[in-house]
Design a protein around this ligand. Structure first.
Ligand SMILES: Cc1cc2nc3c(=O)[nH]c(=O)nc-3n(C[C@H](O)[C@H](O)[C@H](O)COP(=O)(O)OP(=O)(O)OC[C@H]3O[C@@H](n4cnc5c(N)ncnc54)[C@H](O)[C@@H]3O)c2cc1C
Length: 529
């Protein structure tokens, strides 16, 4: 990265400019800098945002955070949860969702966490990376792009101009994304929006909440009562149709609503209260030439499934290795086209799922609620219902004839020198050709060199190393003995023998080197008002 000044404008040159240092921009910048790319992150606010929004992440996201180098501190800022129960106004159970124990990605299926603490851990990690520079108090205000690169025009908090010249730029600048607006990308609005008062509490004396996560489907006041991470609780109260925003936007309103839960100024500290409008929408395209969108800049969903930030962190994992390939000239630009192709339908599925949950939760009509309660309570069973697995990804980078391609590959514990360790902590993150057989690949020299250049490795897991049987079970269930895992932990493809595994690598090399198909439409810049 280089920086200099010309005619009063400071100029920074880097490989990738990331606009926005929320959890998504921060994770993306770290993943890129871990590949030694020069990354400049521009963040409008001079100091970190201190208030939580997200409180839940899943095992896949925990694995991505592990890949960002903060796996060791996740236990300190999060607590696993097993049950999320929905009840009606009378307290009768309507549904019980269970995500017990470890998920396939090797972390608790559901964790509740404190967002500012997560962002602080990501910030610490970012400071360790010499090619990552975070510029706080800098707002992106314009962009221009050519076939060679992008210029982000920005303004320092003191009004001074800053120009960031980069090969690619990623707008991780949240719901009101400036970058999305500069690209003139339309937003597809799915027409679902409700206002909710969000209240974060620290109780002076800890209490046992059973269930730890509760949804009260009370038409008089739909209310969410969940963990806010270790030592914290979150209440969310829906605005009723007969109320105004002002009725909820006050400390008094927060305490008044909390009183019903025996939470008062005498026994609790109010960390914050704010009204949010939960929206459901997404950008129609997530790429325009060399500029991409990720996180809330690309998609927004109501938080009922706890998947908004999770989807953004998935964007970062999907995009990071593709940008790494494109920056290294090791692939055509079509690899970047696959970003929207793979991620948009997945995020859309999460938006649709969140809306479906919201349609049940946000009912404020008593008759409609009574009909819902009768139906749901009638079919309620004590056994928790599993939350459906997230959909696979699909697209031109993945072989269409392999039913396992696009699904997540598991992370198990492996034995190394007598110690049990998560797979990624031993074998790192990248292309991994994994097998539970003792067979050896016999790649031709060119293919072996190519795989090596991609930092790909072959990992044979012996029965002794597969301490919890994760890999033996997975390969048996999928009738194969080789799996090619992508750097974002999805399965590229599977094979049942050595010849098939070699063919899988040859196919991957072919797909990654596909010719460029980049398209670009006009972009507004400060000089083109
Ligand atoms: C009440 C609530 C509960 C939620 N619960 C969950 C949950 O449990 N689980 C979950 O996964 N998700 C949840 N979400 C969603 C989650 O909070 C967001 O999806 C996530 O924080 C988005 O991260 P981001 O990095 O994309 O954007 P942000 O966190 O919004 O970060 C964007 C950053 O860009 C900066 N920026 C903006 N414009 C510019 C500019 N022009 N120049 C420079 N910088 C700029 C901003 O200052 C900001 O720091 C919840 C959301 C809400 C509101």
């Amino acid at each position: 990265m280089t920086a200099n000044r010309s005619g009063g404008t400071e100029r920074v040159d880097c490989a990738v400019a990331v606009i926005g240092n929320g959890p998504v921009g921060s994770a993306l910048a770290i993943l890129l800098a871990q590949h030694d790319h020069a990354v400049a992150v521009l963040e409008r606010w001079p100091v970190p945002y201190s208030l939580p929004r997200a409180v839940h992440f899943d095992d896949e996201v925990a694995r991505i955070l592990q890949a960002c180098g903060i796996g060791a501190s996740l236990d300190e800022i999060s607590e696993p949860v097993d049950v999320y129960e929905w009840r009606n106004a009378a307290g009768l159970p309507l549904a019980r969702f269970g995500r017990d124990g470890l998920g396939p990605s090797g972390w608790p299926s559901s964790s509740m966490f404190h967002q500012p603490s997560l962002e602080a851990r990501l910030g610490d990690r970012a400071r360790d990376l010499s090619t990552l520079v975070l510029r706080r108090g800098v707002e992106a205000v314009g962009l221009t792009q050519s076939d060679e690169g992008v210029i982000i025009h920005a303004r320092n908090h003191d009004g001074a101009a800053l120009e960031v010249r980069c090969r690619y730029a990623v707008g991780c600048d949240g719901a009101n994304s400036t970058i999305r607006q500069l690209l003139d990308v339309p937003t597809i609005d799915l027409g679902f929006f409700y206002d909710w008062l969000i209240v974060d509490i620290v109780l002076h004396e800890q209490r046992v909440f059973d269930p730890i996560n509760l949804q009260m489907c009370d038409p008089a006041r739909p209310t969410t009562v969940v963990s806010g991470g270790p030592g914290r609780r979150r209440w969310e109260f829906m605005r009723r149709p007969d109320e105004t925003l002002d009725d909820l936007e006050s400390t008094d309103a927060a305490w008044r609503l909390l009183a019903a839960w025996d939470v008062t100024p005498d026994n609790a500290t109010l960390e914050r209260h704010a009204v949010y409008t939960f929206n459901a929408c997404h950008a129609a395209r997530w790429q325009n030439g060399r500029v991409l969108l990720a996180g809330d800049a690309a998609h927004l969903m109501p938080p009922f499934a706890g998947q908004g930030m999770c989807s953004g962190i998935r964007d970062a994992a999907n995009l990071a290795w593709k940008l790494d390939l494109a920056l290294g000239g090791r692939s055509g630009d079509s690899v970047l086209d696959s970003y929207t192709e793979e991620r948009l339908p997945h995020a859309r599925a999460m938006i649709d799922f969140s809306i479906e949950l919201g349609k049940i939760i946000c009912v404020s009509d008593p008759a409609e609620a009574a009909a819902r309660d009768e139906l749901m309570n009638g079919s309620f069973t004590e056994t928790a219902t599993s939350i459906p697995p997230l959909p696979p990804i699909a697209g031109a980078l993945l072989p269409a004839d392999d039913p396992v391609a696009g699904h997540l590959f598991p992370q198990g514990m492996v034995a190394v020198d007598g110690a049990r360790t998560r797979f990624d902590d031993v074998h790192g993150v990248g292309w991994r050709m994994v097998t539970v057989t003792a067979d050896r690949l016999d790649l031709d020299t060119a293919l072996a060199e190519w795989f090596n250049d991609e930092s790909g490795t072959v990992v044979a897991i012996s029965p002794d190393a597969d301490v919890d049987g994760t890999y033996a079970t997975w390969f048996a269930a999928h009738y194969c003995s080789w799996a090619l895992q992508r750097p974002d932990f999805h399965v590229q493809g599977t094979a049942s023998d050595v010849a098939g595994a070699e063919a899988l690598l040859a196919d991957l090399r072919h797909r990654l080197n596909a010719p460029p198909t980049r398209t670009r439409s006009p972009v507004r810049s400060p000089s083109q008002p």
